[in-house]
Ligand binder design. Sequence first.
Ligand SMILES: Cc1cc2nc3c(=O)[nH]c(=O)nc-3n(C[C@H](O)[C@H](O)[C@H](O)COP(=O)(O)OP(=O)(O)OC[C@H]3O[C@@H](n4cnc5c(N)ncnc54)[C@H](O)[C@@H]3O)c2cc1C
Length: 381
Amino acid sequence: MDFNLSEDQEMMRESAEEFAQKRLFPIAEELDEKGATPPELLKEIGELGYFGLMAPEEFGGLGTDTLSYALVIEEIAKACAGISIAISVHNSLVIKAIEKYGTDEQKQEYLPKLAAGEIIGAYSLSEPNSGTDAGSLSCQAIADGDNYIFNGTKSWVSTASHASIFIVFALSDPSLGPKGISAFIVHKDTDGMSIGANEKKMGMKCSDTRELSFMDAKVPKANLLGTENKGFNIALSLLDNGRIGIAAQSLGIAQSAFNEALKYSKERKQFGQPLAAFQAIQFKLADMATKIDAARLMVYRAAVLKDLEERKYSRQISMAKLYASEVANFVANEAVQIHGGYGYVKEYPVERYFRDARVTEIYEGTSEAQRMVISRDLLKD
Ligand SMILES: Cc1cc2nc3c(=O)[nH]c(=O)nc-3n(C[C@H](O)[C@H](O)[C@H](O)COP(=O)(O)OP(=O)(O)OC[C@H]3O[C@@H](n4cnc5c(N)ncnc54)[C@H](O)[C@@H]3O)c2cc1C
């Protein structure tokens, strides 16, 4: 087993680290405070190619493997986890959707612009009354002449205010339940569609999260993605990609929280000694580092497996997402503890890591949902 990164992978990691630490880390606190990401910053990220990481080269993407993608997300998340959401959703849920299920016309129309970051994509599966039970969604898209007429509400759409297109899941045949769901490419300027206010979140504040409302909104039939009524399978197959992104993001948050805790434990003195001299603190650091190491092995393995065979390794991908997100929360919590009262205020970044880590156990499938995927796979025979 080779644990070394290839030269290309190491180059991707190093350049992402340099950009993240020099450009993103110094402004991460300000973005968190403002609760927004300036569009110019997303444009800059697009120019570096990060919105086209896994997009095929023929469409202007970098055509990287999944491990390189995970490495970039991890480095970006170390500096500013909120920004890493936009990159992860855009690459793994939007570009992948069109690359895998789009017609030639759709690929030609959207992939070059998405890969260059000229337009941003968002993903809209969740609804106010349909989360983990995604098959119970109720937004409708009923065929009418050359269009589908959309009515309903979608919720929790990350990067919504920046997005030009949305991959939206809606019922094209309500009588079939989950088997009547289709996927669509919906443009932001669609008549009858409105984008709601930014949710006031606990963490990941610079990533905006909004509702989409449809009232008799007309979406051209040409914007159906994949086969009609096969949208639920599309949604599930994309989540494998997305979960690697969130697992890598969790790893980034955990690593930064650990780094800060290690540094602080050497600087802060109590009882005439640095905190790091106390065995209770040393053991916390040992546990944090060990869990991060295990999570990293799982996340990188999941990324490598993902490229071997589509959908075959969903269990390992869910395990990586489950474990890495729980490690991010464990490590961020311990990092706050090691900082004492100073960990509870904004003077040190661990306060932000603690808030940002929380949602990694919730989105793209909660920890309970990952345990369902894992146990279902264990018990399938
Ligand atoms: C910041 C943020 C960004 C998001 N971005 C997006 C996005 O871009 N696009 C998108 O489509 N969605 C997005 N989501 C939605 C996210 O995927 C959902 O919040 C998530 O799937 C959980 O759904 P829910 O919130 O409705 O919780 P629920 O499904 O109501 O679950 C509530 C609790 O019950 C548990 N539970 C539910 N069913 C079971 C069961 N059968 N067994 C055991 N436990 C169960 C859950 O694990 C959870 O702990 C985002 C959410 C957040 C918070």
